[in-house]
Design a protein around this ligand. Structure first.
Ligand code: NAD
Ligand code: MG
Length: 339
């Protein structure tokens, strides 16, 4: 772990940022404000071209951004990266330059097999782009993991750390990892706990209450809306903080009922999910699904969107105007203990 990295290694480098979405925008602006030479590579008339221009950045097509770049950050959606690599990056990147990813998926699962004459590194902030930008603007940063897959210049690690410094991560914390660990843990977290696990837990809780005859509106508040209070406490101070804030009755219920719901069987199935990630089954299925035009993805998404919890949720959220903010916001200020 390190917090002492500086941008020195990239002081005279041209950095091309391909993609200007959640991560791309934050990285490009932070690198520029750190005094580095940044060019953004986007499809002409793509949805974010005008945004990057309006932010005062130089924007050109991806192939042109890559030509002359010393470091290329690939920040487009993961599934379009292989074609982008083949068409715009591989033919144009100069030998000895660095290719940087914010997620190891394509390299780890060999959807991109980088040229042997370039450095290949990873810098992944542990937060969404909006937070990477807002923390930087406050003079702070979001912790990053970094990794080196290929080092031909002898400076690959220094380049990764300098990039992490440029986006503000080194102000907080840099953790060394490798492409395999970053990719597999990232996929597991989002599948088993964050997106997949949490949404299924909420839906099954909602269905249990509604099937038992309770009002859907009440069920919505109890299993979805109030989850935010608990997650905020986890985020700020772990399970300790949650236990400090909830009542003794809630704690006792947690201790005796939590392990009945999420039990050794759940953990065994988590291990199955992890095994599918590790042996490439998940990646193979996902790539095939994407290439087939997302038929199952669309069906499953539609089912989630049509679930009764979404119907009732829409009505209830319309009566809570403080939820209507248009852009995703970074985490709220830490709660103050009032009791
Ligand atoms: P995004 O979907 O928010 O943005 C994608 C950008 O790429 C947009 O500017 C889009 O216009 C552009 N784009 C799409 N197709 C393109 C093409 N063919 N050529 C050029 N530009 C194209 O993406 P994101 O969520 O910022 O993800 C970028 C990378 O960062 C991914 O590897 C992702 O896994 C990783 N990552 C994301 C987060 C996050 O919080 N979103 C966190 C850590 C890592
Ligand atoms: Mg789900």
């Amino acid at each position: 772990m390190s917090t002492t990295a500086t941008t020195d290694t990239l002081a005279n480098a041209r950095i091309a940022v391909l993609g200007y979405g959640s991560q791309g925008r934050a990285h490009a602006l932070n690198l520029r404000d750190s005094g580095l030479d940044v060019v953004v590579g986007l499809r002409p008339n793509g949805p974010t071209w005008h945004k990057a221009v309006a932010d005062g950045l130089r924007v050109v097509e991806p192939a042109e951004a890559v030509r002359g770049a010393d470091l290329v950050a690939v920040l487009t959606p993961d599934m379009v990266q292989p074609a982008l690599y083949k068409e715009a990056i591989a033919p144009n990147l100069k030998a000895g330059a660095a290719l940087l990813f914010a997620h190891g998926f394509n390299v780890h699962f060999k959807q991109i097999e980088p040229r042997p004459d370039i450095d290949v590194v990873l810098v992944a902030p542990k937060g969404p782009g909006a937070l990477v930008r807002s923390e930087y603007e406050r003079g702070r940063g979001v912790p990053c993991v970094y990794a080196v897959q290929q080092d031909v210049s002898g400076q690959a690690e220094e380049k990764a750390k300098a990039y992490a410094a440029g986006i503000g991560g080194a102000r907080a914390l840099l953790i060394a990892t490798d492409f395999k660990e970053e990719t597999e843990t990232d996929l597991f977290g989002e599948q088993a706990v964050l997106c997949g696990g949490a949404s299924e837990l909420v839906i099954k809780g909602f269905e249990t209450l509604v099937e038992a005859g309770y009002q859907p509106e009440i069920a919505y508040y109890e299993v979805l809306h109030e989850l935010k209070l608990i997650v905020d406490l986890f985020y700020e101070g772990g399970i300790t903080r949650m236990l400090e804030f909830v009542s003794e009755t809630a704690q006792y219920g947690d201790y005796v009922s939590g392990p009945r719901v999420v039990d050794a069987g759940t953990k065994a199935r988590m291990k199955d999910v992890l095994k599918d990630i590790q042996d490439g089954t998940f990646a193979r299925n996902w790539i095939a699904e994407y290439q087939a035009g997302l038929p199952n993805y669309k069906k499953l998404k539609q089912a989630d969107l049509e679930h009764p919890i979404e119907q009732v949720g829409k009505t209830l959220r319309a009566r809570m105007p403080w939820l209507q903010a248009s852009a995703p916001k970074p985490a709220a200020e830490p709660l103050k203990k009032t009791a």
